[in-house]
Design a binder for this molecule. Sequence first.
Ligand SMILES: Cc1ncc(COP(=O)(O)O)c(C=O)c1O
Length: 437
Amino acid sequence: MKTPIVDFVQQYAEKNMTRLHMPGHKGMPFLGFENLDITEVKGADALYEADGIIAQSEANASAFFGTAKTLFSTEGSSQCIRAMLALAKTAGNSDWILAARNCHKSFITGCALLGLDIRWLFGEDEQYSLCRCHVTAQTVRETLKKCETKPVAVYLTSPDYLGGEADIASIAEIAHAFGVPLLVDNAHGAYLHFLKTSRHPMDLGADCCCDSAHKTLPVLTGGAYLHIHRNAPQEFVQNAKRALSLFGSTSPSYLILQSLDLCNRYLDEDYPTKLNDCIERLETVKNALRKNGWQIEKSDPLKLTVRSSGLDLSQCLRENGIECEYEDPDFTVMMLTPENPSADFDRLLTALGQNNAPCSPPHLRFALPEKVLTVRDAMLRQGEWVKTEDAVGRIAASPTVGCPPAVPVVISGERIGEQVIPVFQYYGIDRVFVLNE
Ligand SMILES: Cc1ncc(COP(=O)(O)O)c(C=O)c1O
């Protein structure tokens, strides 16, 4: 597999040119890799007008994923999510979107910027978690049936932060039957295409999805893909670069572009074998943990989500030299990839040991708050920070959110009711940004 971006930058660095161009470090070593951090010099192509080495590398990635188009983002899935929304809005005939509630905050800010109103799909999960939203194809069908106008898209987040996966294939079928495209935030699932049987949204019928390559593949933070399906509306393919450029810096990082380019070679070598070995090893760990008394949640294959109610599991693991991805009062989430040496799996098993503490089921309750304003109207008004307990009755100005998981509890324009306060407290949110009275 060719790596045109990596090769170009390497050759440029070897030429030892006098750099009378940006960046200001001039290739001198401060962190150590500055000689590889270039800008759009001759031959380096340009991300948003790509027709050279970047276009070649994107075409290589597209061939792996079997898409009509795969484009690089150096600003994460956050940029791709906003671009997907711009594509749907440009191609659609209305100003609203139907979305599962467990969305990342970039979805909310994207809707605000684009003037898209949101109607929520709200899961009827027995055990509520901010990260989850179990939406069935049946719910999507019933909701679309009742709509007077078609939404610009149906929007799902899958896998979610706890590793839950939506029934993308069935929901895609329903959305398409109503003539509505399906967009998927697949930030956590770039690797799903390389399973023995793919579970990637592009293989399950989504029109468009984003993958944070940096979350599950060996790519520098910020590296992501925007994928467009072969059967997606033609305008999606035509407008994809333009949509990304609406939300991107004019100085995209060539370090991240090289990393995405190199990842093409990584995927082309023996990645599926490595991935399956890693999943098998993790399955063995999960089974051993179950025998040791731990409750392991169903999740996408590279996540380990442990029920940890009442335990300070992440601190205990930290003391054993292990740092986790995410923890709330009920769940501890760990993310592994083939790049974790086998010693990491042993260390994890030893550190977790035996669990004798009974886990009480999560008790959180949540009902959709009253919507007073659109997200755009609320987000572009003056507001103030108040303590959570003083926020009852006020209207949220910014999505109230902790990161991770960066999934908002209350969305801009919603009234904060009494019942939301325990949810804020549960997620450690002690102040919220509300509209001025
Ligand atoms: C579900 C989900 N979507 C989108 C994002 C944003 O991804 P990125 O950090 O690549 O911008 C995140 C980040 O954690 C996420 O968890």
